[in-house]
Design a protein around this ligand. Structure first.
Ligand code: SF4
Length: 208
């Protein structure tokens, strides 16, 4: 990893840690910036920190995070540290309410910068708030999560880079409705297939 990228990340993280661009900084305990490999090819984007994430200052560390980690490691076959995990919002909305449009507008420049720095090949949107934001960011239509779920879309970023995007459920939704689990695992199997193909292509993409 080039030193310049590390410095850019550090600058961004410092900026987030003192952010007061929306009211959520007042009620949060910790900013939850994101974590993982700055050179990750696979990036997961959720909605906002929950209670446990807010306490620990880390994304997806509660029961939903446990399910996500299990699927990344057992189905996709990558260590959690080899992917990058972030959220649309960096502060927890009180009582886990939905993010409001002003909060999304204020906070997402940070996420966009994270995507620009990481340059992932594949973005997985976890839940409808994340999916709506990412689909619209890349000029994709977002009729509903149900309509796009599990499909892989190819987009070109503003820097001319080809990237794949897929939306699926937020793991918390699967914990709440266990009947969704089989379908959820199938979506992760599609991601695993993509990673396998990329490894076979022997391109410069390094997923391991
Ligand atoms: S949610 Fe985002 S924009 Fe709002 S205070 Fe936290 S870091 Fe800043």
């Amino acid at each position: 990893m080039i030193q310049e990228k590390v410095l850019e990340f550090k600058k961004l993280e410092d900026e987030i840690k003192s952010c007061k661009k929306c009211e959520l900084w007042k009620t949060k305990r910790n900013y939850v910036i994101g974590e993982g490999d700055y050179d990750a090819k696979l990036m997961f984007i959720g909605e906002a920190p929950g209670r446990e994430e807010d306490l620990q200052g880390r994304p997806f560390v509660g029961s939903a995070g446990k399910l996500l980690t299990e699927l990344i490691e057992k189905v996709i076959g990558l260590k959690r540290e080899k992917v990058y995990i972030a959220n649309v919002l960096k502060c927890r909305p009180p009582n886990n309410r939905d993010p409001n449009p002003d909060e999304i507008k204020a906070c997402t420049p940070y996420l966009i910068k994270q995507i620009e720095l990481i340059e992932p090949s594949f973005i997985v949107c976890l839940g409808r708030h994340s999916a709506r934001f990412i689909f619209e960011l890349f000029g994709l239509k977002f009729p509903s999560l149900t309509r796009v779920k599990g499909k892989i879309f190819k987009v070109i970023t503003s820097h001319g880079k080809s990237i794949h995007v897929m939306a699926t459920y937020h793991p918390a939704a699967v914990l709440y409705r266990p009947l969704l689990k089989d379908e959820y695992v199938k979506d992760f199997e599609k991601i695993a297939e993509y990673v396998k193909e990329k490894k076979k292509e022997k391109t410069l993409l390094d997923f391991t």
